[in-house]
Design a protein around this ligand. Structure first.
Ligand SMILES: [Zn+2]
Length: 288
């Protein structure tokens, strides 16, 4: 083998020019309504703010963890995230794919017993906020993708100072009147899809900004790789991949989970689902 000296682990986390792995805590996830002080949550770190101190919290008492490579193995994970509709959906997602990356913890020490572990804590309002943000932009992307241009035009407003978009009760400036798009908008008539795509990519670019770092992996292909700093940033990156056509999410008819059938003509996420579907089809056929 050409790269036999290479650690297989490094090789497994690299996807094109990106490298990323994420931790999934092993343990039961639950919603805890105690305050941050009662949970002995430490003070916010660099990427944490006030929102991360707000209860209720998603908590997990954990003694172990496993790792996976979302960008490589689950490049349509942002779609799974957007399918979350309630607290139990958040817990299910967290236990399958890990927390978002706004996590604080404290060590659980029991003097009389030998058991010890960690209590992982992440704010549920943080999850709800990030979910609402991604769903809001996903809604816009679905409109764009399905070419519902009249609906798109209804979301846009042209004012003297520029083009605005109203999305989920939020009104944002897309482009100023004297920008390239602003000037063409008045001269050539409306082009809502161009404005929407500009708003969409600008919004996601802003989410990713400051969250992806170049790192050298000298033992693997001697290249620089880009590391997203947490799962949320990695999912925003997947969203951009979908917009540029790098990832084409497909809903598996076998398990109703999103996956990317990249580089193949697969119609299901796994062999298990393929068999499940063919069994179902077999049952639908008239017997005899
Ligand atoms: Zn499936």
């Amino acid at each position: 083998m050409k790269h036999s000296h290479i650690s297989p682990f490094l090789k497994e986390i690299v996807s094109d020019r990106y490298a990323f792995f994420w931790e999934v805590p092993e343990g039961k996830f639950s919603i805890c309504r105690k305050t941050a002080t009662r949970l002995q949550v430490s003070t916010p770190g660099a990427r944490l703010d006030k929102m991360d101190e707000a209860s209720p919290f998603i908590v997990c008492k954990t003694t172990g963890k496993r790792y996976y490579a979302p960008l490589r193995k689950n490049p349509a994970l942002h779609r799974m995230f957007c399918s979350i509709t309630d607290d139990s959906g958040m817990l299910k997602f967290a236990s399958n794919y890990g927390l978002l990356g706004f996590t604080r913890y404290h060590e659980i020490r029991r003097h009389n017993r030998q058991m010890s572990g960690k209590l992982l804590i992440e704010s549920a309002p943080r999850w709800r906020y990030e979910l609402a943000e991604m769903k809001r932009l996903m809604y816009l992307w679905e409109i764009l993708k399905n070419r519902r241009y009249s609906l798109l035009a209804a979301l846009m407003e042209y004012e003297e100072d520029g083009i605005y978009i109203i999305l989920n009760k939020r009104r944002d400036l897309v482009a100023t009147a004297d920008s390239d798009l602003g000037r063409r908008w008045t001269h050539l008539g409306e082009k809502p899809q161009e404005a929407a795509l500009l708003y969409l990519t600008n919004s996601i670019n802003a989410k990713i900004r400051g969250g992806i770092y170049p790192r050298a992996l000298p033992t693997y292909k001697k290249r620089l790789y880009l590391f997203p700093d947490n799962l949320l940033t990695a999912m925003w990156l997947m969203f951009l991949w979908e917009i540029i056509g790098e990832v084409r999410p497909y809903l598996c008819p076998g398990c109703n989970n999103w996956f990317d059938p990249r580089r193949s003509t697969r119609k299901t996420c796994s062999d298990r689902c393929r068999k499940r579907i063919s069994r179902r089809k077999g049952k639908l056929k008239p017997s005899g």
